[in-house]
Write a protein that binds this ligand. Sequence first.
Ligand code: PLP
Length: 384
Amino acid sequence: MSIKIPFNKPYMTGKELFYISQAHHNMMLAGDGPFTKKCHHWLEEKTLTFKALLMHSCTAALEVSALVANIQPGDEIIMPSYTFVSTANAFVLRGGIPVFVDIRSDTMNIDESKIEQAITNKTKAIVPVHYAGVSCEMDTIMSIAEKHDLLVIEDAAQGIMSSYRGKALGTIGHIGALSFHETKNIICGEGGALLVNEDKFINRSEIIREKGTNRSQFFRGEIDKYTWCDIGSSYLTGELNAAFLWAQMEESTAITNNRLRVWDIYHQQLKVLEEMGYIIRPVVPEGCIHNAHMYYILLPNNKLRTALIAFLDGQGIHCVFHYIPLHSSPAGKNYTKISGSLEVTERTSEVILRLPLWVEMTEIQVYQVCDAIRTFFQGAKLKS
Ligand SMILES: *Cc1c(COP(=O)(O)O)cnc(C)c1O
């Protein structure tokens, strides 16, 4: 069946090429040019972080976080197994050992009640991942971190424009990482940002990002020559990407509102199926404002999920699932540890289904997806 309703369609505001042509005209194409600065200011104003630094990906921002956190071989980092590989890889690259704890069955976020029992004298940091742009229980996580003197590095890859008790995701912990990958809400192809929320980490973050040099200070005129100061690499993004990203940032409110519009229709239309016990819908806890990064449903079992994917595919509707839990992946078996049972993680990965959601999705298309899901369950009921 040809795809009538794709899972995702990247949204372009229409101004991307104009800004790229300006960057071309300016002949400033390397990192930290005028568009990068605009993006930095926007991020600092929007999120109230001390320092925003554009990077070439969220993966890069997480790697810089691991360097700033001074992760040494054998250090343990607590995180969920139900996440993207980069959450773990960034720390494994430094010899760190991800220690996985289970997720909550309502938000798919790290279960904050299981963190403390995973802490050992080797634990260095906690990495909450804000799944679907819905915040983890950050008050609890921050107080555990404070009590045990741990760093909190937020994987806020999916969290731009979301908040927790009034604070932007990525600014609650000591460091945060955002993604502007094509599949996220605000995009530039490949891109990300580091949010530095502690004064004492700013200088080192800038140096690590600039190949281990103090070039950023040099460009600000704070020193008269720059030199190699520390370990580092090239984590900047080029101006062409920043120009593209700037067009998206300008439209961020409209982008978010349009996604929320789709999310809200799904949520209202699928309520009946939840009441009938066929599916479970996402939960947004009190105090969390989300960005409609994703709409997912939980099916009763893996067999029904496989059947529903095939049924929807037959109607030209493309739905996907994700996250083979990291602990059960080949690399995960080599490089990570588990704390407690990961029952919810394993179950979620078997039964979660992500529905199509993009900025320009029409209301009719959202209704079509909901109708198809209802039709599927009517058929499944008749057969059982
Ligand atoms: C997308 C994503 C990343 C990686 O982002 P990139 O910008 O592609 O490197 C990391 N963590 C999570 C949770 C993500 O969803």
